[in-house]
Design a protein around this ligand. Sequence first.
Ligand SMILES: [Zn+2]
Length: 263
Amino acid sequence: MKFSLVNGQREEALPNLSGKCPACDQTMIAKCGEVKIWHWAHKGRRTCDPWWENETEWHRAWKGQFPDSWQEIVHRTEDGEKHIADVKTDQGWVIEFQHSHIKPEERRSRDVFYRKLVWVVDATRRKTDAAQFRKALEASASVGSSPHIRRVRTDERGLLREWSFSPAPIFFDFGKGPTLWWLLARRAAEPAYVASFPRSDFIAIHHGMGPEGARDFDEFMRTIDELVASYNARFRSQASARTSVQPTVYQQYLLRRKVRRRL
Ligand SMILES: [Zn+2]
């Protein structure tokens, strides 16, 4: 973990420091070696949160986009279950940064536990993922008048198959570029959509500084839900395909952006 409680204050790991876990109150030892990033570990045992994954530089870089006070927030339910969210924003959204493989059951448990959850997935972990995703994009169909939103098949192996049907929004991070790829949540028998999405907008929206029509993440999700519903309606019926849907302010912004198809 990045933070531990030292004399009641959240502190980052420094050599020879010990602290207490903010979730279970057990002793934590600062691990300040040369191989792994400096972090805190529970003394003599594994972490108290079975959902916790060892942090990588990638985790730390993402967390660093948000204030310290939003990072590693302990969540407790009334029956005592507790987990440590990577980031919880002022708007009440939990952002989980997922590097390693996660079983579908655990993912569903987290979706239920946090309710307002966004996943950012490290899409660089497996070498095959970028190529598979690119192939899916090449075979994708444009939707409506937006070049950014594509209808994709998800029956191939890889990220799209693993993450489709998640009720929570998913953003794939393919590395250093300015673009994330967003997999729009769907229900069974509905198509899956992906959209390129500026990394800077993702961060700005969670800070309440998103573009007009999507100031904060709740507003953003409402807009997108409407957009997807209109696409699904078109997909289901030729008649509704001829009905023109008036885009909202944020949808217009999405449509106006320059096309970015490369990963
Ligand atoms: Zn603990």
